[in-house]
Design a protein around this ligand. Structure first.
Ligand code: ADP
Length: 397
């Protein structure tokens, strides 16, 4: 089977054509600057091939058309015709309370995704544009939606309820949802496959540009650090993480900002980027800065590791113990120094890294010491594979 995985943002669209059984990637790429001008970057990993093309993309429809064109291209393509693509899987960010699993896209599913727009105003409209563009260009192809929130629907009320007046929960569904669910689910499955055990207490640290932690018990999410939106939890590249909401009121009142403007500050101008004094949101730059003696970069790194450490401690308490700790995503997979500072002084919890094993980048391997009570793993995440597998499974039915 060949599944086309689509991750549509407001002005970008990532794609990957893959075999859901083997995980083999035929081709992948990115459309950028949709609605502005349009640029396509296309890669064929097994041929070490990368091409860039300027293609006008006024809307997501032209972007999808460009993707299908390049996939069928005589020189750089990987299929002879669109018929070879069995189904399309879409990443959808917010599934609200309606989706605890992936679903075949029909009118009712699209309406439900539309109904979730107030909960996911930044992402769901773009995800819908991707879906509708595919429907227009490939009308008879099965399409599946895979939700970032779905894996967390197993959280108990004590984890997902906010202590706010009931009507906001009952009427408006304001609660913790959590994100990166497809990544956390992939890791839960990998841990099960790698250890041969289902009955484990696992904490997964998905640390990338956006970061979230997930407490997993018996393969199910029981708590997670992001909330109604992907803004809270640990500080991120440019997102603030947990903050007293009075900060928002103060900035609005004292700087004449609207709530939307304050949220833009907390989403796009905060996090480690802000702590570093605006040096960068990228941990490679922060580490370079800290190594050159920049104290703000050092503080940004220290604060990040400290907050992740605190979440690990609180989730170990929530789980009543800890068997496996996992690091994944850009920082989790690649940044040995950050992994080391997160785990520093955690021996009391049974976490002990092996400094030599921790030196690795981007490989699936244990990095804890032989006498560490908790097994610590680096496991590269693969959200696209999860989306492709769900899509193949649902498209067959
Ligand atoms: P996204 O949330 O956008 O999917 P990623 O999971 O790709 O993000 O993570 C991107 C981040 O990973 C970068 O901003 C950078 O901070 C970090 N990163 C990537 N490679 C390295 C590396 N070699 N060392 C340290 N940090 C890295």
């Amino acid at each position: 089977m060949e599944i086309l995985v689509i991750n549509a943002g407001s002005s970008s669209l990532k794609y990957q054509l893959m075999d859901p059984e083997t995980g083999y990637v035929f081709a992948k790429g990115l459309c950028e600057r949709i609605g502005i001008d349009g640029r396509l970057t296309h890669k064929v990993p097994q041929r070490d091939l990368k091409v860039e093309r300027e293609i006008p993309m006024p809307t997501h429809s032209e972007a999808i058309a460009a993707v299908l064109d390049v996939l069928q291209d005589a020189e750089v393509g990987v299929v002879r015709s669109v018929d070879e693509i069995d189904a399309v899987g879409h990443r959808v960010v917010h599934g609200g309370v309606k989706f605890a699993a992936s679903c075949v896209i029909d009118e009712a599913c699209k309406q439900a995704i539309r109904d979730c727009i107030p909960l996911g105003p930044l992402h769901n409209p773009a995800n819908l544009m991707g879906i509708e563009a595919c429907e227009k260009i490939m009308p008879n192809k099965p399409q599946v939606a895979v939700f970032d929130t779905a894996f967390h629907m197993t959280m108990p009320p004590k984890a997902y309820r906010y202590a706010i007046p009931e009507e906001y929960y009952e009427k408006d569904h304001l609660r913790r949802y959590g994100f990166h669910g497809t990544s956390h689910r992939y890791i839960a499955k990998r841990v099960e496959a790698l250890t041969g055990r289902k009955d484990l207490k696992v904490i997964n640290c998905h640390l990338g540009n956006g970061s979230s932690l997930c407490a997993i018990q018996n393969g199910k999410s029981v708590d997670t650090s992001m909330g109604l939106a992907p803004l809270c939890g640990v500080p991120m590249g440019t997102r603030v993480g947990d903050v007293d909401t009075t900060v928002a009121q103060f900035i609005a009142d004292n700087y004449g900002k609207t709530i939307d403007e304050v949220l833009t500050i907390l989403n796009k101008k905060s996090g480690v980027f802000a702590l570093s004094g605006g040096v960068s949101s990228d941990f490679r730059d922060l580490e370079a800065g800290a190594n050159e003696g920049n104290e703000k970069c050092r503080l940004a790194l220290e604060k990040f590791a400290y907050e992740v450490k605190k979440y690990i401690g609180s989730y170990a308490a929530a789980l009543g113990g800890l068997d496996v700790l996992v690091f994944t995503a850009g920082i989790g997979e690649n940044d040995a120094a950050t992994r080391a500072s997160i785990c520093e002084g955690m021996e009391w919890l049974g976490i002990k890294l092996d400094p030599e094993k921790n030196k690795l980048r981007g490989k699936e391997r244990v990095i804890s010491a032989a006498d560490s009570k908790v097994q610590v793993w680096v496991i590269p995440t693969d959200e696209e594979l999860m989306i492709a597998q769900d899509t193949a499974e649902l498209a067959k039915r």
